[in-house]
Design a protein around this ligand. Structure first.
Ligand code: CA
Length: 302
């Protein structure tokens, strides 16, 4: 006999809808991969988990496509294998993906690598991991926040206060990466960084590759994300990048959180709130009567 009590978890307050679009954009072939998967449903019949990811491969002779595909396949395999701790699961997946790419980087594929940005959504909890310069953004209450930090030379210079953020956007070195998957046989031990957030109803999460960075402004992301379904938003962002002549592949994964229950506590009856108007009227009448009485008495008896 134990005195521990099992407290049921609160029901999820958000459900999630997701979509992924990847396009060659301004290039003949696509080295990006983007996924938005519902994982097998929970045994209790609750909402499924979702795995979202974008990968942007690099390397000659189709090696970039191989690297991004290996990263996504390894990620999916490890995450489908399951694990209670989302951060540990993503770290393990990134390490395995790095090893798989490094092991395959021989012959024509020597030197290949890829970025990988992934989000595991469990109920209202989102766990994000990223290596490279693909990004995760959160749109909440009309404000767009970049969740991930780029592994680029210029981002590190900005973090050290050596370069203004505006200069980083136009620097000729803006595409120089400091970390990728596959670059070394083992991933550095502090990688990938993990970012955790709790989704609120109406939040929008965006994962995207760097094909957008040069051609879309923050307000473009806000305008498209806030008024569209995930499918429409992902497709519209990609179309917009192409209209603006991106020279790169473009991939967008969008998740939208919607409320699953409404806090419908009944409003108290009107009569029960505040001070009744009759009481206010009586108090005002008494005060007026007193003022008049004082004035009259004051006038008669100087
Ligand atoms: Ca790219």
């Amino acid at each position: 006999m134990t005195d521990r009590q099992i407290v049921p978890a609160p029901p999820d307050t958000v459900a999630v809808a997701v979509a992924a679009v990847s396009d060659t954009g301004g290039r003949p072939n696509n080295e990006d991969v983007a996924i938005a998967l519902a994982l097998p449903e929970a045994a209790d019949g609750g909402n499924p988990d979702y795995l979202l990811a974008v990968a942007d491969g690099m390397g000659g002779h189709a090696a970039g496509e191989l690297a991004s595909r290996l990263a996504i396949e390894t990620l999916e395999k490890i995450v489908r294998g399951g694990g209670d701790d989302a951060a540990d699961l993503l770290k393990r997946a990134f390490r395995s993906a790095n090893e798989a790419i490094a092991a395959a980087a021989v012959g024509d594929a020597a030197g290949m690598g890829t970025t990988l940005t992934a989000a595991l959504l469990r109920g209202r909890y989102a766990t994000v991991a990223s290596v490279g310069d693909s990004r995760a953004y959160l749109l909440r209450a009309g404000g767009l926040t970049q969740i991930t930090r780029d592994h680029t030379l210029v981002a590190e210079q900005v973090a050290r206060g050596e370069l203004p953020p505006a200069a980083a956007r136009t620097s000729p070195q803006r595409n120089v990466l400091t970390h990728v998957l596959g670059g070394r046989p083992r991933l550095e031990k502090d990688l990938p960084p993990i970012y955790e957030l709790t989704l609120l109803p109406e939040d929008r999460l965006l994962l995207c590759t760097d094909g957008f960075h040069d051609v879309l402004e923050q307000r473009d992301f806000v305008d498209v994300l806030r008024q569209a379904t995930p499918d429409e938003a992902a497709a519209r962002l990609v179309a917009l990048a192409k209209e603006r002549a991106t020279t790169d592949n473009v991939s967008a994964v969008v998740a939208v959180a919607t409320p699953t229950r409404v806090a419908a506590a009944p409003l108290p009856a009107a009569a029960g709130r505040g001070v009744p108007w009759q009481l206010v009227a009586i108090v005002v009448a008494v005060i007026v009567a007193l003022v008049v009485l004082v004035a009259v008495v004051g006038g008669v008896v100087p």
